[in-house]
Design a protein around this ligand. Structure first.
Ligand SMILES: Cc1cc2nc3c(=O)[nH]c(=O)nc-3n(C[C@H](O)[C@H](O)[C@H](O)COP(=O)(O)O)c2cc1C
Length: 169
Protein backbone atom coordinates (compact mmCIF):
# COMPACT_ATOMS: atom_id res chain seq x y z
CA UNK A 1 0.00 0.00 0.00
CA UNK A 2 1.48 3.33 -1.07
CA UNK A 3 0.04 6.26 0.85
CA UNK A 4 -0.07 9.95 -0.06
CA UNK A 5 -1.24 12.57 2.42
CA UNK A 6 -1.92 15.80 0.60
CA UNK A 7 -3.24 18.92 2.30
CA UNK A 8 -3.89 22.61 1.90
CA UNK A 9 -3.52 24.86 4.92
CA UNK A 10 -3.41 28.62 5.46
CA UNK A 11 -3.07 28.91 9.23
CA UNK A 12 -1.67 25.50 10.17
CA UNK A 13 -4.69 23.62 11.52
CA UNK A 14 -5.15 21.24 8.59
CA UNK A 15 -1.38 20.85 8.47
CA UNK A 16 -1.39 19.79 12.14
CA UNK A 17 -4.00 17.10 11.42
CA UNK A 18 -2.07 15.99 8.31
CA UNK A 19 1.06 15.55 10.42
CA UNK A 20 -0.84 13.55 13.05
CA UNK A 21 -2.16 11.24 10.33
CA UNK A 22 1.36 10.97 8.88
CA UNK A 23 2.74 10.03 12.34
CA UNK A 24 0.27 7.15 12.45
CA UNK A 25 0.14 5.85 8.88
CA UNK A 26 3.40 7.03 7.29
CA UNK A 27 3.59 7.58 3.53
CA UNK A 28 4.40 10.79 1.67
CA UNK A 29 3.21 14.12 3.09
CA UNK A 30 2.70 16.93 0.57
CA UNK A 31 1.46 20.50 1.09
CA UNK A 32 -0.41 22.07 -1.82
CA UNK A 33 0.80 25.54 -2.70
CA UNK A 34 -0.43 27.93 -5.34
CA UNK A 35 1.85 29.41 -7.97
CA UNK A 36 0.75 32.92 -7.08
CA UNK A 37 0.93 34.09 -3.51
CA UNK A 38 -2.51 34.23 -1.88
CA UNK A 39 -3.66 37.34 0.06
CA UNK A 40 -2.44 37.40 3.66
CA UNK A 41 -5.40 39.55 4.67
CA UNK A 42 -8.32 37.35 5.75
CA UNK A 43 -11.09 39.38 4.10
CA UNK A 44 -9.13 39.62 0.85
CA UNK A 45 -8.76 35.80 0.78
CA UNK A 46 -12.45 35.27 1.56
CA UNK A 47 -13.36 37.58 -1.32
CA UNK A 48 -10.85 36.18 -3.82
CA UNK A 49 -11.82 32.56 -3.08
CA UNK A 50 -15.53 33.39 -3.36
CA UNK A 51 -14.95 35.06 -6.74
CA UNK A 52 -12.98 32.04 -7.96
CA UNK A 53 -15.70 29.67 -6.77
CA UNK A 54 -18.38 31.64 -8.58
CA UNK A 55 -16.39 31.81 -11.80
CA UNK A 56 -15.13 28.19 -11.53
CA UNK A 57 -11.58 29.50 -11.66
CA UNK A 58 -8.81 27.13 -10.63
CA UNK A 59 -5.67 28.79 -9.26
CA UNK A 60 -2.52 27.21 -10.69
CA UNK A 61 -0.58 25.06 -8.24
CA UNK A 62 3.17 25.29 -7.75
CA UNK A 63 3.08 21.82 -6.20
CA UNK A 64 3.30 18.79 -8.45
CA UNK A 65 3.17 15.20 -7.28
CA UNK A 66 5.69 12.97 -9.03
CA UNK A 67 4.55 9.43 -9.92
CA UNK A 68 1.02 10.10 -8.71
CA UNK A 69 -0.13 6.81 -10.23
CA UNK A 70 1.96 4.80 -7.75
CA UNK A 71 -0.29 5.72 -4.80
CA UNK A 72 -3.11 3.38 -3.71
CA UNK A 73 -4.64 5.52 -0.99
CA UNK A 74 -4.76 9.28 -0.85
CA UNK A 75 -5.67 11.32 2.21
CA UNK A 76 -6.93 14.75 1.11
CA UNK A 77 -6.99 17.46 3.78
CA UNK A 78 -8.52 20.91 3.49
CA UNK A 79 -10.03 23.66 5.58
CA UNK A 80 -13.63 24.68 4.94
CA UNK A 81 -13.70 27.85 2.87
CA UNK A 82 -17.08 29.38 2.19
CA UNK A 83 -18.65 26.03 3.19
CA UNK A 84 -16.72 24.24 0.42
CA UNK A 85 -13.22 23.28 -0.65
CA UNK A 86 -10.67 26.05 -1.22
CA UNK A 87 -10.38 26.48 -4.99
CA UNK A 88 -6.72 25.39 -4.87
CA UNK A 89 -7.91 21.93 -3.76
CA UNK A 90 -10.36 21.90 -6.67
CA UNK A 91 -7.31 22.47 -8.90
CA UNK A 92 -5.61 19.44 -7.34
CA UNK A 93 -8.72 17.30 -7.91
CA UNK A 94 -8.84 18.38 -11.56
CA UNK A 95 -5.15 17.64 -12.17
CA UNK A 96 -4.95 13.93 -11.39
CA UNK A 97 -6.63 10.64 -12.26
CA UNK A 98 -8.09 8.97 -9.17
CA UNK A 99 -9.29 5.77 -10.86
CA UNK A 100 -8.84 2.69 -8.62
CA UNK A 101 -7.61 4.76 -5.67
CA UNK A 102 -9.03 4.99 -2.17
CA UNK A 103 -9.67 8.57 -1.08
CA UNK A 104 -9.76 9.56 2.59
CA UNK A 105 -10.88 13.14 3.24
CA UNK A 106 -10.09 15.16 6.34
CA UNK A 107 -11.03 18.70 7.24
CA UNK A 108 -10.71 21.49 9.75
CA UNK A 109 -13.31 24.23 10.02
CA UNK A 110 -14.24 27.35 11.96
CA UNK A 111 -17.36 25.93 13.57
CA UNK A 112 -19.62 25.07 10.63
CA UNK A 113 -18.33 21.67 9.52
CA UNK A 114 -16.98 20.45 6.21
CA UNK A 115 -19.77 21.89 4.04
CA UNK A 116 -19.70 20.59 0.46
CA UNK A 117 -16.24 19.00 0.75
CA UNK A 118 -17.25 15.34 0.45
CA UNK A 119 -19.77 16.03 -2.32
CA UNK A 120 -17.14 17.94 -4.27
CA UNK A 121 -14.53 15.21 -3.84
CA UNK A 122 -16.96 12.47 -4.87
CA UNK A 123 -17.96 14.44 -7.97
CA UNK A 124 -14.28 14.87 -8.93
CA UNK A 125 -12.87 11.37 -8.38
CA UNK A 126 -15.27 9.31 -10.47
CA UNK A 127 -15.68 5.78 -9.17
CA UNK A 128 -12.79 5.93 -6.65
CA UNK A 129 -13.81 4.74 -3.18
CA UNK A 130 -14.24 7.64 -0.73
CA UNK A 131 -14.02 6.66 2.96
CA UNK A 132 -15.75 8.58 5.81
CA UNK A 133 -14.33 12.03 6.51
CA UNK A 134 -12.68 13.23 9.71
CA UNK A 135 -13.85 16.81 10.32
CA UNK A 136 -12.43 18.74 13.24
CA UNK A 137 -12.95 22.24 14.64
CA UNK A 138 -9.81 24.26 13.88
CA UNK A 139 -9.19 27.98 13.90
CA UNK A 140 -11.63 30.85 13.70
CA UNK A 141 -9.66 33.39 11.73
CA UNK A 142 -12.79 35.53 11.47
CA UNK A 143 -12.47 36.02 15.25
CA UNK A 144 -8.69 36.38 15.18
CA UNK A 145 -7.94 32.79 16.19
CA UNK A 146 -5.40 31.24 13.79
CA UNK A 147 -3.74 27.99 14.93
CA UNK A 148 -5.98 26.15 17.40
CA UNK A 149 -4.69 22.59 16.95
CA UNK A 150 -1.62 22.77 19.20
CA UNK A 151 -0.62 21.75 22.72
CA UNK A 152 -3.40 19.99 24.64
CA UNK A 153 -5.90 20.43 21.80
CA UNK A 154 -3.42 18.64 19.54
CA UNK A 155 -3.20 15.74 22.00
CA UNK A 156 -6.99 15.39 21.96
CA UNK A 157 -7.06 15.58 18.17
CA UNK A 158 -4.36 12.88 17.98
CA UNK A 159 -6.74 10.56 19.84
CA UNK A 160 -9.59 11.45 17.48
CA UNK A 161 -7.30 10.66 14.55
CA UNK A 162 -6.44 7.26 16.05
CA UNK A 163 -10.12 6.41 16.65
CA UNK A 164 -11.09 7.50 13.13
CA UNK A 165 -8.26 5.51 11.51
CA UNK A 166 -9.38 2.43 13.42
CA UNK A 167 -13.00 2.96 12.42
CA UNK A 168 -12.26 3.30 8.70
CA UNK A 169 -9.76 0.45 8.81
C1 LIG B 1 -11.16 32.14 3.17
C2 LIG B 1 -11.70 31.43 4.38
C3 LIG B 1 -13.02 31.00 4.39
C4 LIG B 1 -13.52 30.28 5.48
N1 LIG B 1 -14.82 29.84 5.45
C5 LIG B 1 -15.29 29.06 6.46
C6 LIG B 1 -16.61 28.52 6.42
O1 LIG B 1 -17.38 28.73 5.46
N2 LIG B 1 -17.03 27.74 7.46
C7 LIG B 1 -16.22 27.45 8.53
O2 LIG B 1 -16.63 26.72 9.44
N3 LIG B 1 -14.94 27.96 8.59
C8 LIG B 1 -14.47 28.74 7.60
N4 LIG B 1 -13.17 29.23 7.65
C9 LIG B 1 -12.33 28.88 8.80
C10 LIG B 1 -11.37 27.74 8.51
O3 LIG B 1 -12.05 26.63 7.92
C11 LIG B 1 -10.69 27.24 9.78
O4 LIG B 1 -10.06 28.31 10.43
C12 LIG B 1 -9.67 26.15 9.48
O5 LIG B 1 -9.29 25.49 10.68
C13 LIG B 1 -8.43 26.73 8.82
O6 LIG B 1 -7.55 25.69 8.48
P1 LIG B 1 -5.99 25.97 8.23
O7 LIG B 1 -5.42 26.48 9.53
O8 LIG B 1 -5.43 24.65 7.85
O9 LIG B 1 -5.88 26.99 7.14
C14 LIG B 1 -12.67 29.99 6.59
C15 LIG B 1 -11.36 30.47 6.58
C16 LIG B 1 -10.86 31.16 5.50
C17 LIG B 1 -9.44 31.66 5.51
Amino acid sequence: MKTLIVYYSRTGNTQAVAELIHDQVGGDLVALETQEKRPTNYRAEVDLNAREQLANQLPTLKTTIPDFEKYDRIFIGAPTWNMALPQAVMTFLAMYDFTDKTIIPFNTHGGYGAGQMVTQIKAAVGDAVVLPILSIAGGEEINGQLLAIEDTVKETVAKEVTAWLQKIG
